[in-house]
Design a binder for this molecule. Structure first.
Ligand SMILES: Cc1cc2nc3c(=O)[nH]c(=O)nc-3n(C[C@H](O)[C@H](O)[C@H](O)COP(=O)(O)O)c2cc1C
Length: 212
């Protein structure tokens, strides 16, 4: 087993350290974030830092990096301007195109066009979705927290629109992401499609684990 301590990690070449540390949270949801600016210019970007904050109200959050002298962050800029964004799941067949949205395209270049996705709009919602995406979530900005520790931004959104194939919903309400063919990502480069896995009833202290 490798055993690194904090000074070893600090001494690593920055690129290698970024790849190593990015792998540590394990398999994450990869979703494409659709936004537009106040002038209606569309933008699409790969984001994997999504997390569930609560179900009532339905809240999803993500961490966005700040703009720096070298790179602008169009997603952050746009959603602070319009207060809404879309989250779009994708399957492994679209991983190549989806990954390409992480390239630093200039603001006047839409990643929808550059990476071969068609946009789709819903009435009265101010951000574009990916046409044909198996999971489309429209979020409204509820809270924005710049994080002191490293200058990243925690963005909290409330779900306003939710679209998915009816056949992917189980009787208990949950979605079968494997039926929808959604991918997960490891680090910044490895896309994978998980299998259905094992499902268990809620755990309690008085009975043994029960598999569905
Ligand atoms: C697999 C993967 C996951 C990523 N996750 C995030 C993330 O959670 N937050 C973030 O700010 N950038 C993330 N990025 C980087 C953005 O995709 C990249 O900075 C992109 O150029 C941002 O586009 P924008 O300027 O149009 O917003 C990720 C990139 C990859 C390849």
């Amino acid at each position: 087993m490798a055993h690194l301590t904090a000074p070893d990690i600090a001494a690593m070449v920055p690129q290698a350290r970024a790849l190593l540390i990015n792998s540590l949270p394990g398999y994450k949801s990869a979703m494409l974030v659709g936004t537009c600016d106040a002038a209606g210019k569309e933008n699409l970007a790969m984001v994997s830092s999504h997390f569930h904050l609560g179900s009532s109200p339905p809240l999803l959050a993500m961490i966005l990096r700040p703009s720096t002298g070298e790179s602008e962050r169009h997603t952050l800029h746009n959603l602070l301007e319009t207060r809404c964004w879309s989250l779009n799941g994708f399957s492994l067949d679209h991983a190549e195109q989806a990954h390409q949205t992480s390239a630093p395209y200039p603001k006047d270049q839409s990643e929808f066009d550059a990476c071969g996705f068609d946009s789709e709009w819903l009435d009265e919602f101010g951000a574009p979705f990916i046409k044909g995406s198996p999971l489309q979530i429209g979020c409204l900005l509820r809270e924005h927290h710049p994080l002191e520790i490293n200058g990243t931004h925690m963005i909290i959104g409330e779900v306003q629109h939710l679209k998915y194939p009816v056949t992917a919903q189980r009787g208990d309400g949950g979605l079968s992401l494997s039926d929808m063919g959604l991918v997960a990502v490891v680090g910044l480069d490895t896309y994978t499609q998980p299998h259905a896995g094992l499902r268990f009833a809620p755990a309690d202290t008085t009975s043994p684990p029960r598999q569905f």
